[in-house]
Write a protein that binds this ligand. Sequence first.
Ligand code: GLU
Length: 506
Amino acid sequence: MSSQKRVRVRFAPSPTGGLHLGGVRTALFNYLFARHHQGDFILRIEDTDQTRFVPGAEEYINECLNWCGITPDESPQNEGAYGPYRQSERKASYRQYAEELIEKGYAYYAFDTPEELEEERKLQPNFRYSHENRLNLRNSLSLPPEETEKLLAEGRPYTIRIKMPAEETVSFEDMIRGRVSFESGLVDDKVLLKADGMPTYHLAVVVDDKAMDISHIFRGEEWLPSAPVHVLLWEYLGWNDQMPKWAHLPLILKPDGNGKLSKRDGDRLGFPVYAMNWTDPKTGDLTKGFREMGFMSEAFVNMLGVLGWNDGTEQELFSLSELIEKFDVSRVNKSGAKFDFEKAKWFNHEWIKKSDNAELLPQLKDILQAHTVSDVPEGYLNNVFSSVKERLTFVEDFWAQASFFFVAPDNFDIEAVKPKWNEQKESFFKEVIDLFKQQPDWKATVLEVVFKEKIANSGLKMGELMMPYRIMLVGGKFGPDVFQITELLGQDEVIRRIEKALPLFR
Ligand code: GLU
């Protein structure tokens, strides 16, 4: 590949269900690489296996990429010059290549029926269609040419299989793993064209990557065993000099590091594995997604960006544009990356802290509405959010952390304070009420000084008064700085709350 070739990468999911976070990370790394090199990011839907087609899955993929902010430059919805972008619509283009491979002696017709193959599998549990046994099976290599002609003329169903060499070392340079080599004899004769005329993934992926002028392929490590087949197809079709560069991304592992993270692990351990909610159209089963669980897309993308990649420093928080700027394939790890849900939550927490309030205001209003709180001035909501945002893991935590700003507490967590309560403390708060009533400048900093001076003059201890005061305003022992709360609630409301709570402490 010449170094001037335009960078064109593709994310090529099969529309078979919800998108696993590993799939989204593959999309993201493709996108980052494309943007970093001012290239194109393409979405190609690999739907040639019609038995696995699931309605709604393609729409889900589009929505998911949009949510993450990694919208493709070319896709079925937004075709570029290399369409169609769904493999099923490219059906007509594949057969000629399968036939060309037969002509060149790199592939053959196989007439074995599914029943016959089933029979073979029963006889040998490790059955593989390969150089070892292909001459004992029913194909154009084992049958006399006239017989093959006859079967073809009769319209007998057949598949076309690649003829994997018995003894050859197939090697290529992987951008992440370096040189990788495979013994061709250990790989079976994969089907290239199916009896229904559809290509398999192996043929389609090569033909399409060539037709779409793909320069680099980023895909999951699970495709590494298929790579020798693809490399040989590039070579056999005479396109060797245009073969894309490969990068097989490390697996995302279970939290304990034992094996690939699966949807079942998520169900078992109580965290999402899909990007967004997915409802299986057949069973109606709902699988929870990160989005609906309350993850900000910035946090989700950041978390995926550093799952198997780092910029060589200790930095962990990256915006999408920083990831684009810093992404460097040579810093992608070879070994699997453990998924850590606590860490994922930490990313969300950090992104809520960094968020622009305006972006989350609509969501906050919905939360308030769900608790029948309406007519909250936007300025007030904004200030309240600023005061509690660093306490939230999810935006939904807003109500638990901030409801007292909108609704005066009815319950007061006073059990621990009550036994130590006395006349002196009660008088202190009565005097605070008077003091607050005369307070002209209702500012947290001023109020703090006033309150603390009063404590100093009373001879009481700071700790004995601060917590009761907080409980009077909040109902519990949580929340942001109590003088910030005091300022935000406003003079009248604070006085009302102290007056209401005071008798309960007796
Ligand atoms: N259709 C394959 C998948 O579902 C794509 C593999 C590749 O990128 O070559 O992951």
